[in-house]
Write a protein that binds this ligand. Structure first.
Ligand code: UDX
Length: 470
């Protein structure tokens, strides 16, 4: 099968990673397919470097982008290291790439001898590309990089924001899913910004992308059918007339390099440290590529870890709400002497800003993952059979954590459920079960001797795209 697919991820590590994995997956299954990945210059550089052995059918193209035109710090092309209140600037900036994207598309079409691409697969934050695809008569698909359950709840919130009940309301029954109640503290962080203009710009951006996404010819999901029955039915209730295909888990191995790499510990030093620990004894702590806990939570967590006397590896970055310019001095955010004591006792390894997460989760010494429940982290953890201690911070992470608790692979911290901690053994077994389910979805021959459900989903999607071209 020939054909040409354009991939356009949003500028955030948690979105770029699944797109790279999708490019690899498409190439694995259809080696003759040409794939063009489009992004801003710095992101394209780092995406390119994540293919150490170039694949001739995977091409890379940059869109001109000037961060300062959008009130962003120099060289900022992703959410990593960006203060929270500037996320909106990046969202709006990404939406303003319309002209550049159209021009680049025309250029690519001319270079390809006036042949249109078979399909554009854009991130759901870039779902506005649907209008451009429609004008050019190109098949358009949105890739939703998060899970079904979390996305369904986010969509219903975004579609109704900012007209939700006052946030002081303790509990909110969801507009399209009245059977689900969420606590006000589980609403997106953005709604708590004391600036109505910010809130309304933020929610209207997300509403626009959701509505655009509903106009796609197909929607791809970074999830696994067997794992996410509930979430998929919820999405089907919201999105009618657009076929949904589960094609996950879109995972990479090893971790991609990051522009955030202030890391003092290289990949091998983390693994060497873990090698000195017995199986199932080390807690891994990380809050993703863009989130942090606040300063007092950092102090509390450090004190709790020390008191537990359990081994841990903690990826640490400046606390939430603190803008750090210049060198990040870790000591001021931790109890006095904490780093030295952890080093002397060999209890904990503190990794600055960025760690080789996939290698860590794959290590047999890891017992649990204390995670913000970003969807990539969830899939990476569960695919290695590592159960999660949830500390959701924003976006759809609260709903991911709720779903994972229901599945029995997560205990959320701080919601009065300490007694559940005694059931952690069951979760480890359940996580191993889920691991088999998730990995099986991308196998040519799964445990039942058939094609994995996500490969089947991807085949169905490609057949749909190519049937439209006949
Ligand atoms: C964001 C949103 O916050 C999340 O809710 C949504 O589901 C996806 O987009 P992010 O917060 O970055 O993502 O979290 P996550 O989805 O977990 O993605 C982080 C990625 O960066 C993972 O692939 C993880 O392996 C990688 N990472 C993160 C590292 O390799 N090293 C690190 O130190 C931190």
């Amino acid at each position: 099968m020939g054909g040409h697919v354009i991939l356009f991820p949003f500028m955030a590590q948690g979105h770029i990673t699944p797109f790279i994995a999708l490019a690899e997956l498409l190439h694995r299954r259809w080696p003759e397919l040409t794939i063009t990945i489009i992004n801003t210059p710095r992101n394209i550089q780092s995406i390119k470097s994540s293919f150490p052995d170039p694949i001739p059918t995977i091409r890379f193209r940059s869109l001109p982008f000037s961060p300062s035109d959008h009130g962003l710090p120099p060289n900022t092309e992703s959410t990593a290291g960006l203060p929270f209140h500037k996320f909106l600037n990046l969202f709006i900036a990404s939406e303003s790439l319309r002209l550049q994207f159209t021009q680049l598309l025309h250029q690519i079409i001319i270079e390809d001898g006036d042949r249109l691409p078979s399909c554009i697969i854009s991130d759901y934050f870039l779902a506005w590309t649907v209008d451009i695809a429609e004008k050019l008569n190109i098949f358009h698909s949105t890739l939703i990089t998060s899970g079904g359950y979390g996305t369904a709840i986010s969509f219903t919130l975004w579609l109704h924001m900012p007209k939700l009940p006052a946030i002081e309301t303790q509990s909110l029954s969801l507009p399209d899913f009245p059977e689900i109640n969420i606590h006000w503290s589980q609403l997106p962080r953005q709604l708590f910004v004391p600036d109505d203009n910010f809130v309304s710009k933020y929610s209207s951006f997300l509403q626009r992308q959701t509505l655009h996404c509903f106009k796609s010819n197909a929607i791809l999901l970074n999830t696994v059918k067997e794992f996410e029955n509930t979430g998929l039915s919820m999405l089907e209730k919201l999105i009618t007339g657009v076929p949904l295909f589960s094609i996950g888990p879109l995972l990479r191995q090893p971790s991609p390099p990051s522009s955030l790499s202030l890391s003092l510990s290289s990949s091998s030093s983390c693994v060497e440290w873990l090698d000195k620990h017995s199986p199932g004894t080390v807690l891994y702590i990380s809050f993703g590529s863009q989130n942090s806990i606040n300063a007092s939570q950092m102090m509390e967590l450090a004190a709790g870890l020390e008191a537990s006397e359990k081994a841990f590896i903690w990826v640490i970055r400046p606390p939430f709400g603190v803008d750090v310019t210049g060198e990040f001095k870790l000591d001021q955010w931790l109890p006095e002497g904490f780093q030295e004591r952890m080093r002397e006792k060999k209890q904990g390894l503190l990794v600055h800003a960025w760690a080789p997460q996939v290698e860590i989760l794959a290590h047999e010494s890891i017992s649990f993952f204390l995670s913000h429940c970003g969807w990539n982290s969830v899939l990476e953890s569960l695919s290695h059979g590592v159960p999660i201690i949830g500390w959701p911070l924003g976006a759809e992470q609260f709903y991911n954590s709720m779903f994972l608790e229901e599945v029995g692979v997560c205990v959320e911290l701080g919601r009065g459920n300490r007694e559940k901690m005694s059931g952690v053994k069951v979760e480890r077994e359940r996580a191993m079960e889920i691991s088999g389910m998730i990995r099986g979805a991308l196998m040519e021959v799964n445990i039942e001797g058939g094609l994995g459900s996500s490969l089947h989903g991807l085949d169905e999607f490609c057949n749909l795209v190519f049937s439209k071209l006949d």
